[in-house]
Design a protein around this ligand. Structure first.
Ligand SMILES: C[S@@+](CC[C@H](N)C(=O)[O-])C[C@H]1O[C@@H](n2cnc3c(N)ncnc32)[C@H](O)[C@@H]1O
Length: 399
């Protein structure tokens, strides 16, 4: 049994989402490190404990003060691993995962917990995670990787993440994760109206964005990539994108289908379609229709091929009241990406923070852009709390 208060330090601490989970579980913050002034400003305004503005590639300053600390937690950047991004294998930020292992080896905590996106485990990108694992094993730690889903913790958000644990205590525990029913937007956003950081910015009536938003129902998004009831194509909004005939609609829908068949490139999620393939599917009269659609701005010719001008996949996604949110990211304030379930606007800072599991007592400060960024990048505090429960068990300490 551990008698005193458990202490932790955090690397890549952002605005402290991960840290809050540990604090909620009774851990004491000894120090935190990040290089983003917005993150540091928010951390300082809300969390008791020191945070240092440092570039961790130069190491942890005064590292000996952390030697042997109970828990070291780290949320290195995930952009290079995220399937929502370009997933460049050589993205400089990927090395920060490996760096975490080297810093931890020197600090020698009793338990190390690292959080990242599920994409860090897939394909060639897994080499960074494997290096972290190997570094800790070679340093005498036992390790495990746990996959989790924020919605299974009862949160109103679908957010798949992975947690890495390395420990040098004699403890052995079952890394079981709760499996609760997911929350929904209605309950998580209830009563947010009078809270701090809640400043709804409705789209200007009759503006182009407002006209698009009006056509998107809950659960739908603007997308020319796939058909189906959850996708609204640009040609379904003629008042914004231009009127087309029924024959032109057929050309666009056939093109949409063919773009995804017989893939030729190894990037993107669809390819331009050759004129002979279009002719085989539509007959000889299609050339005139294609010319008309090029003139209307729906299609473009790419040498001997034809493609859609805009694919818009993932834009103007309207969330539904009775479902959990999709993953909160740094763009949650923008209606071009995410729409409130029943109003023509994006989400306020408070709404994004609530979906991420921050309590209303966390007051966000600094530039609004920075506020959305630190919230989207944060480890949801309830996920941090679950990690803290497991870390506490590895330390063999009761609350
Ligand atoms: C995924 S976010 C961390 C989120 C944080 N754990 C939380 O729960 O709020 C990654 C953080 O790493 C920081 N970061 C990126 N490169 C860094 C570097 N070289 N040194 C220090 N911090 C860095 C970013 O500023 C960002 O706040």
């Amino acid at each position: 049994m551990h008698n005193g208060t458990l202490k932790f330090a955090s690397l890549f601490s952002g605005c402290g989402g991960f840290d809050l989970g540990f604090i909620r579980q009774g851990f004491l913050s000894q120090s935190a490190y990040d290089c983003d002034p917005d993150a540091i400003e928010n951390f300082r305004a809300n969390i008791r404990g020191d945070i240092f503005n440092v570039d961790l590639t130069n190491g942890v300053p005064n590292q000996q003060s952390l030697y042997g600390i109970d828990a070291l937690i780290a949320g290195p950047p995930c952009q290079g691993f995220s399937t929502a991004g370009k997933r460049l294998i050589d993205d400089e930020r990927n090395h920060l995962l490996t760096l975490t292992g080297h810093l931890a080896r020197r600090i020698h905590p009793k338990v190390l917990v690292v959080e990242n996106v599920a994409g860090a485990l897939s394909g060639a990108h897994a080499r960074y995670w494997n290096e972290l694992d190997e570094t800790m094993r070679l340093a005498g730690y036992r390790t495990t990787t746990v996959r989790c889903q924020a919605a299974d913790l009862g949160m109103a958000q679908l957010r798949k993440r992975v947690l890495f644990f390395a420990w040098r205590t004699r403890r052995d525990i079952e890394f079981t994760i709760p499996s609760l029913p997911a929350g929904d937007l209605r309950s998580v956003l209830a009563g947010s109206t009078n809270q701090m950081n809640h400043h709804p910015k409705r789209l200007c009536p009759q503006s182009r964005e407002w006209q698009i938003a009006k056509r998107i129902k809950p659960g739908q998004k603007l997308s020319n990539v796939r058909g189906g009831e959850n996708a609204v194509a640009t040609w379904d909004i003629p008042e914004v994108f231009g009127v087309i005939t029924e024959n032109e609609r057929t050309v666009l829908e056939v093109l949409r289908r063919l773009r995804r068949q017989e893939r030729q490139r190894d990037h993107g999620d669809a390819d331009p379609v050759s004129l002979p393939r279009l002719e085989a599917a539509l007959g000889g009269h299609f050339h005139r229709l294609v010319d008309g659609l090029v003139a209307k701005g729906y299609l473009r010719r790419v040498s001997e091929e034809v493609d859609l001008v805009g694919t818009f996949n993932g834009k103007f996604r309207r969330l539904a009241w009775d479902k959990p949110s999709c993953t909160v990211d740094t763009r949650f304030g923008s209606p071009r990406y995410f729409l409130h379930p029943s109003q023509q606007r994006g989400f306020t800072v408070r709404e994004a923070a609530r979906i991420q599991g921050f309590s209303d007592s966390y007051v966000f400060c600094g530039s609004e852009k920075g506020q959305y960024r630190v919230i989207g990048n944060a480890v949801p505090p309830p996920l941090g709390e679950m990690a803290a429960v497991l870390a506490r068990r590895l330390l063999g300490a009761a609350l």
